[in-house]
Design a protein around this ligand. Sequence first.
Ligand code: TXA
Ligand code: MG
Length: 338
Amino acid sequence: MQTEILSPTSENIEKAARLLVAGEVVAMPTETVYGLAANAYDASAVAKIFAAKGRPQDNPLIVHIADIGELYNICSVVPEGAVKLASRFWPGPLTIILPKKNIIPDCVSASLSSVAVRMPSHPVAHELILRAGVPLAAPSANISGFPSPTSLEHVRDDMTGRIPAIIDGGKCEYGVESTVISLTGAVPRLLRPGGITPEMLEGVLGKIEIDSAVLNPLAANATAASPGMKYKHYSPKCLVKIVRGDFEKYKEYIETVKNEKNAFCLCFNGEGEKLPLPCVSYGDRTQPLTQTRRLFDALRELDEAGAEVAYARAPEEKGLGLAVCNRLYRAAGFNFIG
Ligand code: TXA
Ligand code: MG
């Protein structure tokens, strides 16, 4: 299949919308990461998303909407907490899980009784949903298991020949996927940290629970609250190991591994000059938004540079740093030093 790259002009968005209405899959930019979109009401179109990504059928998709009214078409219950979250954080990088209506095909929700819904703020995604006239089911536009795509180049690398079109939206603003919160239980539960931090959510909802899978591997016998958590994720081809502690400790540790073959540092801006190994940096130590923007790019760069192992620095597990740690720990398969 030929994959056309579309610049985000009005005619091209219209063209992409027509492909979606015809049951095709199109990659679209969002403020978080690029998504692989199809008509959420069309099971055979949604099946093409799973095929293009090589995604396991039991991992449900997020439904993207452009109008708050759509929430009531998709969900059987819309509690007050959902309305509050939506009015505070939509459009934006927040996904809310609610009980679903039957209009959502089983393949979208992986036969769960709930559905994940989000209203993206990216103007191209917004326009595309409006023109298609239907909600769009969309996972991240990477091959399953690889780092999520945050630029046109990443999507092209993964999806060329697999889908008819990619809309170019440049680099993504956040660079990590949306925050996922479930409102299906008694207490709101954070399933995936993202651009909307736990502190911001608690400002609206009061106390929330943070699922243990956010920062820990899923126990062998546990069922995942979010099926996506049980799969190896965000992984570059090289081994990633997290070195805990401050920069001095990190540097000391790097001295002990500096003769390893094709070993790299994955560190913060400005640290590379002080280290005896080749380095890929991913943002400022004190500014987590610069880290989320760079992380997936940096993981892909390590592979391109021929890294076999990367020793990584991690930020504090709070605020946006929690989103960075969640992705980085998974990329490392929870392999910690120190
Ligand atoms: O920022 C984002 O959320 C991006 C852009 C494209 O919108 N999308 C994205 O989708 O990251 P995906 O499919 O890569 O991740 C969705 C996550 C998965 O971990 C999935 O298991 C979980 O959300 N999920 C979806 N529906 C769910 C449900 N009903 N219950 C629990 N978890 C669900
Ligand atoms: Mg994904």
